[in-house]
Design a protein around this ligand. Structure first.
Ligand SMILES: CC(C)(COP(=O)(O)OP(=O)(O)OC[C@H]1O[C@@H](n2cnc3c(N)ncnc32)[C@H](O)[C@@H]1OP(=O)(O)O)[C@@H](O)C(=O)NCCC(=O)NCCS
Length: 199
């Protein structure tokens, strides 16, 4: 399918916008006001969420738990330790994407990316566009390299990263509170625009 895409910078705290399949995708700073829509999406994930993230706090699937989570993210951003966004498609929250640069094992100029698209919104190219916007944001913030830790059986995320030009690093990562083996992928950011997939 041929899809028209357009990029524009907009004001008011929104970090980039893309048209994909004639739907407007943009990133907005993650705030407590997003707790309810994020909770609604998480509740719909059902078993998958529990299987994937067994270490979540007990109040994770409550409004107060999501408000606390958003407040912690706002504090982290205020401390300039990261940049975290909700992904909006036609003004509906469909997922999140974030950059962190405070981890002790990051090298100078390197940030770590994480992302999630709610199950009912997957396979529509939203993660592809949202991660590209976050990589643009990393460039704007002066970062030259981005890495991602991915569970070794997470085929969707691995395919997404490879599609966006990330390469697998040799080491296997053991995450805190997670028994699954993780792989690390990384990429330099200088060729982000050139490597954007065009549908
Ligand atoms: C990984 C994830 C973000 C992908 O989101 P998405 O919006 O569906 O991704 P896109 O539609 O942009 O897909 C981009 C490409 O990734 C690959 N991909 C996505 N889902 C896939 C799947 N289930 N199996 C295999 N490849 C997949 C495909 O190559 C796809 O391109 P295509 O649809 O043209 O074939 C989503 O599955 C998710 O949130 N998973 C749970 C959370 C997670 O794993 N986060 C990452 C932790 S590191």
């Amino acid at each position: 399918m041929s899809v028209g895409r357009m990029r524009r910078r907009v004001n008011g705290g929104t970090h980039g916008a893309d048209l994909i399949m004639n739907r407007n995708l943009k990133l907005e700073p993650w705030r407590t006001q997003h707790a309810q829509p994020i909770l609604d999406l998480l509740m719909a994930e059902g078993d998958e969420l529990v299987r994937r993230e067994p270490w979540r706090p007990l109040d994770f699937l409550t409004l107060s738990g999501q408000q606390r989570r958003a407040a912690a993210i706002e504090a982290l951003v205020a401390d300039e330790k990261g940049a975290h966004f909700v992904i909006l498609v036609d003004n509906d929250v469909v997922g999140t994407v974030g950059l962190d640069w405070a981890a002790a094992d990051l090298t100078p100029g390197e940030a770590q990316i994480g992302y999630w698209i709610a199950r009912c919104y997957r396979r529509q190219g939203f993660a592809t566009v949202a991660v590209c916007l976050a990589l643009d944001e990393a460039v704007q913030l002066g970062y030259g390299r981005v890495r991602a830790n991915v569970a070794s059986k997470n085929e969707a995320s691995i395919a997404l990263l490879q599609r966006l030009g990330f390469s697998r690093e040799p080491e296997t990562i053991q995450m805190e509170n997670d028994t699954r083996a993780h792989l690390r992928f990384s990429r330099w950011l200088t060729l982000v625009e050139l490597s954007r997939p065009h549908r």
